[in-house]
Design a protein around this ligand. Structure first.
Ligand SMILES: Cc1cc2nc3c(=O)[nH]c(=O)nc-3n(C[C@H](O)[C@H](O)[C@H](O)COP(=O)(O)OP(=O)(O)OC[C@H]3O[C@@H](n4cnc5c(N)ncnc54)[C@H](O)[C@@H]3O)c2cc1C
Length: 189
């Protein structure tokens, strides 16, 4: 079976943004998405340096940009994640199984996979029964190798915030994998 460095579940702003950074870092990246992002219904006028854009365009351009960076994207639902000795197996509803060393959960409002995998959850606030993934500030969960980004970790429901969080989590993961601070900067010639 093909072994990916990182499988990202969710191609919304958090997942696609993480995929852009991980792909540009020359990691073998697979993004799985079941096309249920609420972001596609948005009209976004509050994203820094973007005058106005449909959520549909945010979502589709984000995916294209992740592909351009080298990530593979598959339209399918991840149904189960199993922790093996040194990797993770991800099963999908079309009968495929993929393997990776690291997982990033960027599943938006859906906490099904996090619960199935045994990721620690916590209430979003003292008053609320809504739970979110209990990730540390870098995006690490209680399960070694499983990271999380975006609104599934309780981030503010804004494209700029969730895209930034996906980038941040990928940068911390890449820093850990590479053993030195990861920086991705280009310059005009
Ligand atoms: C109607 C509406 C209007 C909005 N307007 C604005 C706005 O004007 N400005 C603004 O900044 N923000 C706006 N937002 C909020 C913004 O879109 C979200 O808060 C944010 O982008 C969420 O990003 P995310 O990547 O964390 O989650 P999402 O965009 O929800 O992405 C999660 C992805 O994971 C996928 N997924 C989940 N589980 C699985 C699985 N098991 N297998 C495969 N795929 C899976 C989902 O299909 C989805 O594509 C709006 C949201 C809505 C709904």
């Amino acid at each position: 079976m093909l072994l990916y460095d990182i499988i990202i579940i969710g191609a919304g702003p958090a997942g696609a943004s993480a995929g852009i950074f991980a792909g540009r870092a020359k990691k073998k990246v697979l993004i799985l998405d079941n096309d249920k992002s609420g972001t596609k219904k948005a009209w976004v006028e509050n994203h820094y340096a973007v005058m106005g854009i449909t959520g549909y365009d945010v979502f589709e351009t984000g995916k294209k940009q992740a592909e351009k960076a080298g990530a593979e994207i598959k339209l399918t639902e991840a149904t189960q994640i199993t922790k093996n000795e040194t990797s993770f197996s991800v099963e999908t509803n079309d009968g495929a199984t993929y393997e990776a060393n690291y997982i990033i959960l960027a599943t938006g409002a859906s906490k099904k996979l996090a619960n199935q995998l045994g990721v620690n959850m916590k209430p979003i606030s003292d008053e609320s029964k809504v739970t979110i993934i209990d990730a540390d500030q870098d995006g690490k969960t209680n399960i070694e190798g499983v990271w999380a980004a975006g609104i599934v970790t309780g981030k503010s429901m804004h494209v700029a915030v969730t895209a930034g969080d996906g980038a941040k989590v990928a940068i911390h993961l890449l820093t850990e994998v590479n053993g030195k601070e990861y920086v991705d900067q280009d310059m005009m010639c």
